[in-house]
Design a protein around this ligand. Sequence first.
Ligand code: M6R
Length: 612
Amino acid sequence: MCGIVAYIGPREAYPILIKGLHRLEYRGYDSAGVALLNGKLHLYKTHGKVSELEKLVADKDISGNIGIAHTRWATHGEPNDINAHPHYSPSKKLAIIHNGIIENYATLKSELINRGYTFESNTDTEVLIHLIEDIQVNEKVNLFEAVQIALNQVIGAYAIVIISQDYPDMLIAAKKGSPLVIGVGEGEFLVASDATPIIDYTKNVVYLEEEEIAILTRNGELKIKTIKNKDKTPYVHKLEMQLSTLEKSGYDHFMLKEIYEQPRSIRDSMRGRLNAQKGIVSLGGIIDYEMKLINAKRIIIVACGTSWHAGLVGEYLFEELTRIPVEVEYASEFRYRNPIIYEDDVVIAISQSGETADTLAAIKLAKSKGATIIGICNVVGSSIARESHAGSYTHAGPEIGVASTKAFTAQITILTLMALSIGSKKGTISTSKFYQYINEIDSIPEKVEKTLKLSKQIEILAKEFKDVRNFLYLGRGYNFPVALEGALKLKEISYIHAEGYPAAEMKHGPIALIDKEMPVVIIATNKGSYEKVISNIEEVKARKGKIIAIVTEGDVAVKNLADYIIEIPETIEMLVPLLATIPLQLLSYYIAVMRGCDVDMPRNLAKSVTVE
Ligand code: M6R
């Protein structure tokens, strides 16, 4: 939520900031702004995307080699010019950019109003910068001390950067609950919400920790202290990200590129972890905690959105392969439910970004009760990865499209490897089955490649259905989460209302919706419950619903019943989600494009949900 980028050094700041904002735009795109210092503080901001900001500043003074910039996903106040960041302090000598939520902003604001301050915006952020300046003036302290005192009064989450006309050689950045990365270049610093704006300039980064404040000076000095004034030594990490992964590489959209990357991303998730020839599955990142998983009385999976759907697939996998009971929880519900957590519980947190506020809070809660936390994240060095006792990165590469695609299949790949590894060590899978499964998962990238060849057929199908108002997605067993994910993908990028259901649940309510206008996507590859899926199709047909069936190549029975069929390669039931998801991603993509929707930046959404 919200993208932050800042620069201090010898170069012109604006081009660096604007390029950085474009990279961060996936995090929020309802308004954008920049503040630059060249003796005087210039601040420009507007509602709309970063391109609107570029138009706005076309005839303005954008010189200066220190600056801060922001792309917003509104939390407080509607997305308009005034609520856009940066925000000035009352004297207009300070400006701030912020990602997060100041929960006690209303109390702070009324105290400030009582002292005579007025506010232009409805944001919590403007309250914070007013508070900082108030402290600076009334307590006669320097800017750093004022920030420190203010942050001790703040409840909530923040990643902030502050620029000051009185301190032209310094930026101040601080973090709690929202991510902030500092790029350490040759005599220059960048600060950003993630590493994507930094990678062009340096691979050396420092991840700011909770309640840390950094002072970045033009002479190349980086000082970090906590809000309680404890000195911290910056630890410099090396980025492994490749620049090419941040470009569209000839595709019309990041989402399409990321769908097509899946043969590679699934292979990368398995790299160094699966050796099918030698019969080895080993996840280095969890080795020290494997016994915890083997002896776990229960696994709790916490996640949100698409990652939660991957968690549901994980439930089926772990229960089948390890015989450990699994509960899959929406992180947002789990954290506020006073859940029962035992010390021998293993909590698996799944998150592409590794920054989702609810998931992070859920694992902090579980950790405080003594549970073991295993993280499955895509973003290296992210908060959830760091908060976990152990974990496995998905290695899917940066996912820029707001709709998650390759991260989902990478998460399922990791869950499959994890369940196979634990199951084989626990003795809950026979050796012959183990070999069958690992050989099959080894062949999945080629099968995904083959599935992607359905693209043309799906584009034609999309034309047929682009104008419908509702869609139903059905699946049983491993295909139930696939149905949920198919429906989520469609609704978030095409704005068509779509629901996913376990196929057998249809008769308990949703069947009332079925008529000749209702397309029903049914994933009908199940071996165990094939006949039952056919009955579900018959139920839809009897009410004149249109069936789009995902079937296994060579299928006959469903083919005879369905209005449209999509044939995917044969695989074992537990791996079908890795294939069946692909046509559903493509269907959503093409429908959204044909409806003229902004596929990579769907309305109201943001890639990384760092607020509750
Ligand atoms: O970064 P995370 O995986 O924790 O994000 C969770 C959800 O916000 C995310 O999956 C969301 O549902 C996507 N827009 C789905 O495409």
